[in-house]
Design a protein around this ligand. Sequence first.
Ligand code: SIN
Ligand code: CO
Length: 373
Amino acid sequence: MDYQLDLNWPDFIERYWQKRPVILKHAFKNFVDPISPDELAGLAMESEVDSRLVSHNEGKWQVGHGPFQEYDHLGEHNWSLLVQAVNHWHQPASALMIPFRALPDWRIDDLMVSFSVPGGGVGPHFDQYDVFIIQGLGRRRWRVGEKASLKQHCPHPDLLQVEPFDAIIDEEMEPGDVLYIPPGFPHEGYALENALNYSVGFRAPSSRELISGFADFVLQRELGGLRYSDPQVPKRNHPADILPQEVDALRDMMLSMLNQPETFNHWFGEFISQSRHELDLAPPEPPYQADEIVDALHQGDVLTRAGGLRVLRVANEVYVNGEKLDSPQHQALEALASHLTLNAEHFADALDDPGFLVLLTALVNSGYWYFED
Ligand code: SIN
Ligand code: CO
C-alpha cells in the first residue's frame, strides 16, 4: 500500500516543526489500516517485541510489560495495548513511515502502534521527542496543552504522567487525521471507540548520549593517546592552583579530537545508524553466493531493506546498523541509502565489481536486505 500524505512540508516546517502542535485533518485520504488489532495483539505475544498494556480504573493506573500470553482478562473499557517498533516486525505497517522521509532519516526513530478500547489511553504526559500520531480505526479524543514546566507526578512510575492541563487542542480524530506534537507539549488521548493509532516517532541525541557515545568510540579504537605536556610549566602562587591557561590547554586537547572531521564523521555515522530497537533479521539459509545475487537482480528480482534498518550517509560514506560500508562504489552505496527497494539498475556497474559483490553478499547474508519470495 502506498500512503499519500497531503502535507505542504515547507509550510509545515516553517510553522509547526519543533514549534507548535497541530491537527492535520484528513492528511491521509481514505486511510486503510496496515495492521489489524488481532495482528498487533499477536506481535505483543512475541518475546523480542517491546510492548505495554496500560489500564486505569478510578484514577488508578496499571502498566504491564509484554510479552503477553492472553488478553481474556481485559474488560471492554479503559485499556490500551502499545507496541514499539512495529515497522521492524510488520512490513505493511512500515509503509506508513515513508511519507515522513520528507524529514531526515537520521531523525526518524520508529513506528509505535496502539490499540485502545473506549476510555483507553496512557493518561496526560509529555514526550522528549517529536511525534506524528496518525488516527487509524475508530475515533479518539486528543487534548494537547501548552508547553510548560509541568510537574511530573507519578501515579505510576512507568508512565511519567503530568498533572491535568488546559487544552490548546481538543479534537476528535477520525481515520486519516494526523496530530503532530513537538517535544514537551503535554497530551492525552482517550479512545471513544475501539481505536488504532500509529505514532511516527523521532529521535534527537542529548549531549550526554553524544559525549558517552564518542567516548566509547575513542576507547574501542584506542584513539586519543596524546598526553598533556608542559615543557614550560608556568609558575604559580599556590601549588594547588590550576591556571586558566592550563584549563584551556586541557579543553583544547579534548576539542581537537572532536574537531578532526574524519574521526567525528566516522563516529557519528556508526553511532546514529544504530537502531534503538531490535531488528527482525532473517539471514538466508543457505547463504547466497555472489553470483546468485547478481543473477537474481538481472532476472528482475528486487532487494528490500529490512524494516527499521538504518542506512545513513555522512560525508559521502554510508553506514548501516553501526558499520561503515567499505567500497569505492559510491553511487551504488548511495542507492542503498536512498531506496528502500533496489533492482539491478540501481547498482549498475557495481555488479561487475567483485569487491562490491563481496560487500553486497555479506549484507544480504546478514538479512539486512532480502529478496521477497
Ligand atoms: C498512543 O496512545 O497511541 C500514543 C501515546 C502517546 O501519546 O505517546
Ligand atoms: Co505521547
